[in-house]
Design a protein around this ligand. Structure first.
Ligand code: PRX
Length: 657
């Protein structure tokens, strides 16, 4: 495969001198590239020793493990830390509350500026115990599943941890999903309880959370109880035979609840994500491996030191929030910021005011936010005291060199480590990343593998490993790592098929990648039907399925098109049923908002007579992508099309829309 495009001149950035100046900053944990290489080699050559050592350093075990790793990719029976017993909430809360109850665990930066509060480890411990007792008093026990549909409030973190205290599996649904999407996730996971709030506030918008839950539950007869946290205090519908107020329930409970001691491989949580099929997959993570992976990466990748204030701007409804707002920081006893608002509310200075106010040392956001703020201009950043920052991170999609440079210069003032971190819901923790004190960075590259991540680049067609340094292919992983997903809930066959059967003996990421002469990795994007809008992972099939529900639609095809701010945007094509002359495209858009959530709504919908198909009936999305991107003159080989005469009409329709 050609690697010509890798030859563009990229400026490398050495580790900022300020980070290595021990009179100003703590010495980075990984303080040189040699140290990184030494640890990395050890983690790959001898994973059992490496992870065994770290498991004892980072986690409290109620019973020590007997064996570090067994099983493998072939059967998807990877088993880390056999025989070991532990509890996640004990590890995240109790041990820090015992050591230093007054240390701040969570800084809640509420939607309205000026409304912030801090929760200490001592208080978090009591809150988690109380709420765990509430869940227990209503009959919840180890192995049950609970849905959490909450805004960005500390009680959401309390809900996560109360579940894990009892060994209850939480299934968090991002509070931007529609009632239908919530319903499907509640039913798939067979959640019997829902934890939610009256309303949410994001920027100048109110999210009618309880109403959405009520609509979802009309078709979830198994849900017996709904716990409602009062966030705004507005009047909301309340079914007193089913619903309970959070504040009334916790009043009844004492602030101690013994933790349920779990096996290493017991489930910790489920998180639904989109793949190639129309149905979201319930990704399952297990207790010990997940906690270890997030803990180790949190400490080393963000170079966390005692006294730091760490701020990740993601939503707890996505994996980034799970791993790097909640579990990674709390396992390390860190102070983690919970940011409820948006980057531009009430002004595009909001992030930087938050950094200044709380003296944030590590800041983590997504390229889409960086691009948006870059568009507003540097005057919203300049004048803010950002001198507390040492590490600024990015996650969720490729970051273009222009956005990287802006982040580095304007936010980081060329004095911070910029870390472009690559990972997935399924990997549980960061897998390709620079290390702040060690790695020379190149804008646009996530650089080098994290510990224990044995990367391979494969030829997408033959599956052969491409061994030379400078190659392009698909990204795969050779060996198990602790925080990898263990199954897809109730569909282990799909788990094996999706991740381990495309390329035998490898975990397949679904991303294409390039490796340059220095061995640096450049993630190019998904090779499957997953699109990425503002870091939200969406499946084309899922959006098509929502469109097809409309009574007028015969067929739909959805594609992702480049967008300067959101990375990609959704464009949809639909054909109408016979005798149907026209349709209001707003209705189709609404169909997607209803089925998934408004963040998945198409930017544009084209009503067409025919979709381009192969003779075997497969829709050729590649052609639609070219046409919408204005590359109709580069449609390539059309010989497999069943009706090439449909193409000029399609081009015309897109042009006129
Ligand atoms: O395509 C990659 C992209 O996001 C996908 C994973 O999405 P999700 O499971 O929602 O997790 C997102 C947050 C961890 C990947 O397959 N992706 C994530 N981070 C990067 C990225 N693409 C390029 N560079 C990144 N840093």
């Amino acid at each position: 495969m050609s690697t010509d495009h890798l030859k563009i001149k990229i400026i490398s950035h050495p580790v900022p001198e300020r980070l290595l100046d021990e009179s100003k900053n703590p010495k980075p944990h990984i303080h040189s590239i040699e140290r990184y290489k030494e640890l990395y080699q050890e983690s790959i050559a001898n994973p059992t020793e490496f992870w065994g050592k770290h498991a004892n350093e980072f986690l409290h075990w109620d019973k020590p493990f007997e064996n570090v790793l067994s099983g493998g990719f072939e059967h998807g029976d990877v088993f880390w830390f056999k025989g070991g017993k532990l509890n996640a909430s004990y590890n995240c809360v109790d041990r820090h509350a015992i050591k230093d109850p007054n240390k701040v665990a969570i800084i809640y930066e509420a939607n309205e500026p000026g409304q912030h509060r801090s929760i200490t480890y001592g208080q978090l411990f009591r809150d988690v115990c109380r709420f765990a007792n509430v869940l227990k008093s209503h009959g919840l026990k180890k192995g049950d599943t609970v849905a959490i549909y909450m805004p960005m409030v500390p009680e959401a973190v309390v809900a996560f941890l109360a579940c894990t205290r009892l060994g209850v599996i939480h299934s968090v649904v991002f509070a931007g999903f529609s009632s239908e999407a919530l319903r499907n996730r509640i039913r798939d996971a067979d959640s019997r309880f829902v934890i939610t709030a009256d309303e949410g506030r994001r920027g100048d918008k109110t999210i009618h959370i309880k109403k959405i839950v009520d609509a979802a539950l009309k078709e979830c007869p198994n849900v017996k109880r709904v716990f409602v946290f009062r966030r705004t205090g507005s009047e909301v519908p309340f079914d007193s035979s089913r619903d309970l107020w959070w504040h009334e329930e916790i009043e009844k409970q004492r602030p101690y609840c013994p933790p349920e001691i779990m096996d290493s491989e017991d489930p910790l949580f489920l998180l639904y994500t989109s793949g190639s099929t129309g149905k979201p997959k319930g990704i399952l993570h297990t207790v010990a491996g997940y906690l270890l992976g997030t803990a180790v990466t949190f400490k080393y990748v963000f170079d966390y030191h005692e006294g730091d204030v760490y701020g990740c701007m993601a939503d707890i409804g996505w994996i980034t929030g799970h791993s790097y707002i909640v579990y990674g920081p709390l396992i390390n006893g860190a102070t983690t910021v919970l940011f409820e608002s948006t980057p531009i509310y009430p002004t595009p200075s909001r992030y930087w005011e938050t950094v200044e106010k709380h003296k944030i040392t590590q800041f983590y956001t997504a390229p889409t936010a960086i691009r948006l703020l870059r568009k507003y201009g540097r005057e919203y950043v300049d004048g803010r005291d950002l001198s507390s920052l040492r590490v600024i991170g990015s996650v969720g999609e490729p970051i273009q060199p222009e956005a990287w440079d802006w982040y580095n210069e304007v936010v980081g003032r060329n004095e911070c480590a910029v870390i472009d971190t690559y990972w997935q819901t399924e990997t549980g923790s960061i897998i390709v990343t620079p290390f702040p004190g060690a790695t020379v960075t190149k804008p646009g590259s996530a650089t080098l593998p994290s510990f224990g991540i044995d990367l391979a680049i494969l030829d997408p067609i033959t599956g052969k490993e491409l061994e030379e340094t400078e190659v392009e292919g698909v990204l795969a992983i050779r060996q198990p790592w602790p925080s990898m997903a263990r199954t897809i809930y109730n569909d282990h066959g799909l788990y094996l098929k999706t991740y381990f059967q495309h390329y035998k003996n490898y975990y397949f990421t679904g991303d294409s990648v390039g490796r340059d002469a220095d061995g640096y990795y450049w993630i190019r994007g998904r090779v499957d039907d997953v699109i990425n809008v503002s870091g939200h992972r969406l499946s084309t099939a899922e959006i098509e399925a929502a469109l097809i529900i409309h009574p007028s639609v015969a067929e739909a095809a959805v594609i992702g098109i480049h967008d300067d701010i959101t990375g990609q945007s959704v464009h949809a094509f639909a054909t109408l049923k016979q005798l149907q002359e026209s349709v209001d495209v707003k209705e189709l858009s609404l169909q997607v908002s209803k089925g998934i959530g408004s963040f998945a709504s198409p930017r544009k919908i084209y009503i067409v007579k025919d979709l381009p198909k192969t003779r075997s009936g497969k829709i050729m999305r590649r052609i639609l992508r070219k046409i919408v991107s204005g590359e109709s003159d580069q449609l390539g080989d059309l010989s497999t099309l069943s009706d090439p005469s449909s193409i000029p009409i399609l081009i015309e329709t897109v042009k006129n829309s």
